[in-house]
Design a protein around this ligand. Structure first.
Ligand code: KIV
Ligand code: ZN
Length: 522
């Protein structure tokens, strides 16, 4: 019978750590709910000691997730483990994940610690974590460049100290599959008590080999495979969950491994993560890219029509890509709309469906055909929002080649009052953002701004993603409208609302996630 491997998703931690991928608390909770629906065994929700925002997000995820284990990353330090436990203790299945580097280059130049001291610190951290939490994962950072014999000593000691999972990361994506498989086999053979722990692997994609290395490790006995949605993660990213899981499934004949993922939720999860982070999926990305199941060449189309298996090794339906269906437009009813939402993987409360349906009707009045992409954008844009401190009431922007751009924006506050401001800017967007900054009384820095058409066609909606920085922390916002200036203003207001809400929920910013990342060294 096929061996079952566990899928450990770290989109909310390693994925979120990557530049431009940050998510606010609400967005993390929404992604976490979808990961649970996808069936991940473990989700790493964040790095609680990194910032008060991270701690609050791990706590919020821990409070809502019922079936998956929720893990939090901690350096091998008591203060990190304390923060980790503060965030995780409300989870049904909490796991403290502690780590320290074991490669010569990291020990000498980053940690400035002798190997014996590293071993001692690893054991002390696991013992400390074990007093708080039954389930403790230990990672030997940069394992792929560590001395295999030293790794075995460290793993033996941390297992004796109570580690339930030992992880072998290829932190810098340096290994090649035959080598990485051999390392996992060596560790399994030379660590006397390895049978008492789950053996995990965590591969980065610097050479484009993260999935191949993970599969090579799975083939020789790794029990837990760490990965992220859309392959997000530090630098070139981590092993992509969708590629890994479909690799296991499609080549079960060779690998004889199974996992608990509901593959029909893969596409919806990929779309959600892309929408929430604003990081687009490349068109030729395996499994979830726009072209993954597109057949352009005549000879291919002919083959596909005769028998899909001629050019498709898996079906679009198996990963949850919706089939071509009836188009939705202004005459479509609530029932058809709700069914489409379910097909796209969205399960909304009745009130949220009402709101989404009302917006759908407004959109359908402007556009002849409302596509699945339009619906996704509409739902994701509204589902991840926080209570609104400001609502866009009206806006006017003037711009041209001979005059400075000016804008007048009126926002409604949550107490029902209105505030209006006028600003001059370097272009229409700058003028609009400056007017909003005047209303909120804060100077917010625009980190990045992206605008794209949600679908093709002249009546396409403009989808905007804005990332703003304030007091060293970052927030994202998404906006949607058939008018591109309005979608950008909406995105900015959504980011401001996320900021206001999170600052009031977690207290004043205490330093940026990026700055903390430097201090914490991951
Ligand atoms: O890549 C890595 O080594 C990590 C560890 C902290 C698990 O992300
Ligand atoms: Zn990593």
């Amino acid at each position: 019978m096929a061996r079952t491997v566990q899928i450990f998703d770290t989109t909310l931690r390693d994925g979120e750590q990557a530049p431009g991928c940050s998510m606010n608390l609400q967005e993390k909770v929404e992604v976490a709910r979808q990961l649970e629906k996808l069936g991940v065994d473990v989700m790493e929700a964040g790095f609680p000691a990194a910032s008060p925002g991270d701690l609050a997000a791990v706590k919020a995820v821990s409070a809502v997730i019922k079936t998956s284990t929720v893990a939090g990353l901690c350096r091998a330090l008591e203060k990190d483990i304390d923060a980790g436990w503060e965030a995780l203790s409300g989870a049904v299945r909490p796991r403290i994940h502690t780590f320290i580097a074991t490669s010569p280059i990291h020990m000498e130049h980053k940690l400035k610690m002798a190997p014996e001291k590293v071993l001692e610190r690893a054991v002390a951290a696991v013992k400390y974590a074990k007093k708080l939490c039954e389930d403790v994962e230990f990672s030997a950072e940069d394992a792929a460049r560590s001395d295999p014999a030293f790794l075995c000593r460290v793993f033996e000691a941390v297992i004796a100290a109570g580690a339930t999972v030992v992880n072998i990361p290829d932190t810098v994506g340096y290994a090649i599959p035959s080598e990485f498989g051999a390392l996992v086999s060596y560790i399994r053979e030379h660590t006397p008590n390895i049978g008492k722990a789950v053996v995990a692997v965590h591969c980065h994609n610097d050479l484009g080999l993260a999935v191949a290395n993970t599969l090579a490790a799975a083939a020789v006995g790794a029990d837990q495979l760490e990965c992220t949605i859309n392959g997000l993660g530090e630098r070139a990213g981590n092993a992509s969950l969708e590629e890994l899981v479909m690799g296991l499934r499609t080549r079960k004949d060779i690998l004889d491994l199974s996992c608990r993922i509901d593959t029909t939720q893969i596409y919806a999860t990929s779309r959600l993560v892309s929408q929430v982070t604003g990081v687009k999926v490349q068109p030729n990305k395996a499994v979830v890219g726009e072209n993954a199941f597109a057949h352009e060449a005549g000879i291919h189309q002919h083959g596909i029509m005769a028998n899909r298996a001629t050019y498709e090794i898996m079906t679009p339906e198996s990963v949850g890509i919706p089939k071509n269906r009836m188009v939705l437009g202004k005459h479509s009813g609530r029932h058809a709309f709700e069914e489409r939402l379910a097909d796209l993987g969205f399960q909304l409360e009745a009130k949220a469906v009402d709101e989404a349906f009302a917006q759908f009707k407004i959109l359908a009045d402007k556009k002849k055909v409302v596509s699945d992409r339009d619906i996704e954008a509409l739902v994701v844009g509204s589902a991840a929002t926080v209570p609104e401190t400001y609502i866009l009431d009206r806006w006017v922007v003037n711009s041209g080649s001979s005059l400075s751009a000016t804008s007048t924006i009126r926002l409604k506050r949550k107490d029902g009052s209105f505030s209006e401001q006028v600003a001059v800017g370097d272009g229409p967007i700058d003028a609009a953002f400056k007017a909003i900054d005047k209303i909120i009384g804060k100077e917010v820095e625009l980190e990045s701004f992206e605008l794209g058409a949600v679908t093709g066609g002249e009546d396409a909606q403009g989808g905007a993603t804005v990332k703003v920085l304030y007091d060293g922390r970052r927030w994202n916002g998404h906006g949607l409208s058939t008018d591109i200036i309005e979608s950008t203003i909406r995105a900015y207001i959504m980011a401001i609302n996320a900021m206001e809400w999170e600052l009031s929920a977690t207290g004043a910013a205490k330093g940026s996630r990026e700055m903390e990342k430097e201090k914490t060294g991951v």
